[in-house]
Design a protein around this ligand. Structure first.
Ligand code: NAD
Ligand code: TYD
Length: 349
């Protein structure tokens, strides 16, 4: 069975690729990735020479290239993770998000449809999406699979759009698909533009910790390896045409999370208690900042028996350990363009 995983050199994708390559020696896993700033083959060094793994460097918006690889390898399953994934970047350059997340997804959908025409038996297009498509919650309530879409950022609008197209292809062409909408992931190999790795890197370097607004925004956090396990489960046991919400049952206000991170980092770095908290700096808020995300993950729990395996405290410790033990990885991704991004993003903070 040939399986295409897009965006496999990125954060979540690399964990999914590793899990599939190691767990399913009888599958051949193709990782298609453009290696943007967020893609890094170092994330897959340990499995790159496995005989059931092939890396394909290419852009999902390149229709000619995508059609060519589908023709050649006839992928029976697609797990689509490639995307522009950072809300702040989507505010600065929304069109880039439309190109990759909407047009790129469409090109993949067409290639999959044209490869199998009406012969979709035992085929599956799995679209990996986000809880951000549902917009924002107030102080109470949870997102369920039937919550209306109400995206607020160019990122979430582009993901919502691709979700709609996947569903439309299912209805119109009988294309078998599943969609999962997951909450915020954290863990090893996450690019340090997102909250947790950015703050870990800044604490290591004694730099200010830029908390947006009053810090009272809430997110539900899931350890990345638990997300990869959920993707494996849904890919093999999910019902075609269904959506599953995936979440950590783990809500944190940003400021409380940052304080916990500071405490754990002080302990790891043998710094006096309270040292890192002094780096907290409240900065200008993100425009259109969603107040709260929280997932009701009871469907995947009841139907497929999935639940997170790691507590947040454990997951955060593993994450911190990984970043402290992988200084070279961190230094290489935070040199060059990252410095320019950082200066531009945080110059007024
Ligand atoms: P990431 O930014 O770390 O990685 C994205 C990967 O996609 C990179 O390897 C990049 O090189 C590749 N890519 C980008 N544009 C491409 C293109 N045009 N063609 C081919 N490859 C391209 O993202 P992530 O955090 O790992 O997220 C993966 C997926 O999961 C995304 O679809 C995202 O929307 C979704 N998701 C992420 C989170 C999260 O918390 N990170 C939560 C829920 C859902
Ligand atoms: P982020 O990791 O960008 O994920 P998302 O926006 O997809 O939820 O941000 C998580 C939360 O942390 C969000 O409420 C924005 C906030 N945040 C900061 O306060 N400061 C920062 O420098 C970053 C990157 C995020």
């Amino acid at each position: 069975m040939n399986i295409l995983i897009t965006g496999g050199a990125g954060f979540i994708g690399s964990h999914v690729v590793r899990l599939f390559v190691e767990k399913y020696p009888n599958y051949h896993i193709f990782n298609l990735d453009a290696l943007t700033y967020a893609g890094n083959l170092e994330n897959l060094k340990d499995i790159e020479s496995k005989s059931n793994y092939t890396f394909l460097k290419g852009d999902i918006t390149d229709e000619f290239f995508v059609n060519k690889v589908f023709e050649k390898y006839k992928f029976e399953g697609v797990i689509h993770l490639a995307a522009e994934s950072h809300v702040d970047r989507s505010i600065k350059d929304p069109l880039c998000f439309v190109k990759t997340n909407v047009i790129g997804s469409m090109i993949l959908l067409n290639a999959f449809k044209n490869t199998w025409k009406d012969h979709f038996e035992n085929k599956l297009f799995y679209h990996v999406s986000t809880d951000e498509v549902y917009g924002t919650l107030g102080q109470i309530g949870l997102f369920t699979e039937t919550t209306s879409y109400d995206p607020n950022s160019p990122y979430s609008a582009s993901k919502a759009s691709s979700d709609h197209f996947v569903r439309a292809y299912g209805e119109t062409y009988n294309m078998p698909y599943v969609i999962t909408n997951c909450s915020n992931n954290y863990g090893q190999n996450q690019f340090p533009e997102k909250l947790i790795p950015l703050f870990i890197n800044n604490i290591i370097n004694n730099k200010p910790l830029p908390v947006y607004g009053d810090g009272n925004y809430t997110r539900d956090w899931l350890y990345v390896k638990d997300h990869a396990i959920a993707i494996d489960l849904v890919f093999h046991q999910g019902k075609s045409g269904e959506t599953y919400n995936i979440g950590g049952f783990n809500e944190w206000k940003n400021i409380d999370l940052v304080k916990l991170l500071c405490q754990q980092m002080d302990a790891k770095l043998n710094r006096a208690e309270g040292t890192s908290e002094k780096l907290i700096t409240y900065v200008k808020d993100r425009p259109g900042h969603d107040l709260r995300y929280a997932i009701d993950a009871s469907k995947i729990n009841k139907e497929l028996g999935w639940k997170p395996s790691v507590t947040f405290e454990e997951g955060l410790k593993k994450t911190i350990d990984w970043y402290l033990n992988n200084e070279e990885w961190l230094n290489s991704v935070t040199s060059g363009d990252y410095q320019l991004y950082y200066e531009k993003q945080y110059k007024n903070g």
